[in-house]
Design a protein around this ligand. Structure first.
Ligand code: AMP
Ligand code: MG
Length: 322
């Protein structure tokens, strides 16, 4: 059963406790209802993708109670500081390089070196984030492919029974998603239009380019292709044997003889494997470089549950590089 919580002190305390215990809690912000999970807990983040029924891993936005908390996990560039002063709390999401020691699980950022961060405006959302005391990853609280919810009734229509609780703070005021701006490159690039307008942003930091998000959900512009995390070593799928000059991404009983190996899930559990996927690819990449291995051999992960999203990412990593 999904708990219905009112956004008063008791409801916020209960929602925070559920989040800290690894549960999924939908909560209202000024934009749309987000499906929250402790962003530092890869298992909880994997559960978000399961609840949404997403067939691929896309990077999620990490939510913070204030700019100081956000800049503990990402680099505070000069432009980011100006935008934070002008727009936070509010409907602007900034993509910035992760800091060394960033607490957010790699799965929440789909393995990327950058992280999208935001400080939502509503008092209840900020009180929740303050009480949780950890970054909260939250995509929109709808099933994959459906429209974003702006009331708790919308959330329950799709996710009742799939999440621990919904924190009801009434209807969302803005009703459209946050604007996403990429500040990690040489020039700022608008990745998704939203609650903060381009004109308002340009009034603060000057001209911004237009691009698209890694999952292609944002604006499209020729010449700017979606970029995804991919390991540096080539990936080979559905390995049934492995060489001493290869690194093994194991799932279930491991193949023998690899030059390095990382177990996604000894028990063959796809959710556990999803939570460990990006850590595994990075670990094997590093081991491969240190030991001079020629590639990563990935064992078969079944196409069930999060197995679809895992295979989607492995197939992209295995595709010929241009
Ligand atoms: P949603 O979670 O549905 O609000 O969507 C979040 C949006 O932010 C998606 O379009 C993502 O592609 C985008 N996003 C999140 N993290 C990053 C990142 N590290 N780099 C670029 N875009 C991102
Ligand atoms: Mg969405």
């Amino acid at each position: 059963m999904t708990e219905r919580l009112t956004a008063d002190a008791a409801g916020i305390a209960r929602a925070a406790a559920l989040l800290r215990a690894g549960g999924l809690v939908a909560f209202g912000t000024e934009t749309v209802y987000g499906l929250g999970a402790d962003a530092t807990d890869a298992t909880a983040v994997a559960a978000v993708f399961t609840a949404k029924g997403r067939p691929h891993f896309n990077p999620l936005i990490a939510h913070y109670p204030d700019a100081g908390a956000a800049f503990a996990d990402v680099q505070e560039t000069a432009l980011a500081r100006e935008l934070a002063a002008a727009f936070w709390p509010g409907p602007l999401t900034m993509v910035l390089p992760r800091r060394a020691g960033c607490r957010v699980a790699l799965l929440a950022g789909a393995g990327l070196d950058t992280l999208a961060v935001r400080v939502p405006a509503t008092a209840s959302a900020r009180a929740l984030l303050t009480t949780v005391g950890r970054p909260v990853a939250a995509p929109s609280a709808n099933r994959s492919g459906q429209v974003s919810p702006t009331t708790s009734a919308h959330v329950l229509a799709e996710l009742d029974g799939r999440i621990a609780a919904v924190l009801d703070s009434g209807a969302c005021g803005v009703g459209v998603e946050s604007t996403v701006i990429d500040l990690a490159g040489a020039h700022p690039v608008l990745l998704r239009p939203g609650g903060a307008t381009r004109e308002a942003i340009e009034a603060v930091i000057g001209p911004v380019g237009i691009g698209m998000t890694p999952d292609g959900a944002g604006l499209r512009s020729p010449g700017l292709l979606a970029s995804h995390y991919a390991p540096g070593l080539p990936v080979r799928l559905d390995a049934v044997s492995v060489g001493a000059d290869e690194a093994l991404l194991a799932f279930g009983p491991p193949l023998q003889g690899a030059g390095a190996s990382y177990q996604l899930s000894a028990a063959g559990d796809v959710s556990e494997a999803a939570a460990r996927l990006f850590d595994g690819l990075r670990a094997l990449d590093q081991a491969g470089r240190e030991r001079g291995l020629r590639g990563i051999a990935a064992m078969t992960v079944p196409m069930q549950g999060l197995g679809l999203a895992i295979n989607d990412r492995l197939q992209r990593a295995a595709a010929p590089r241009g």
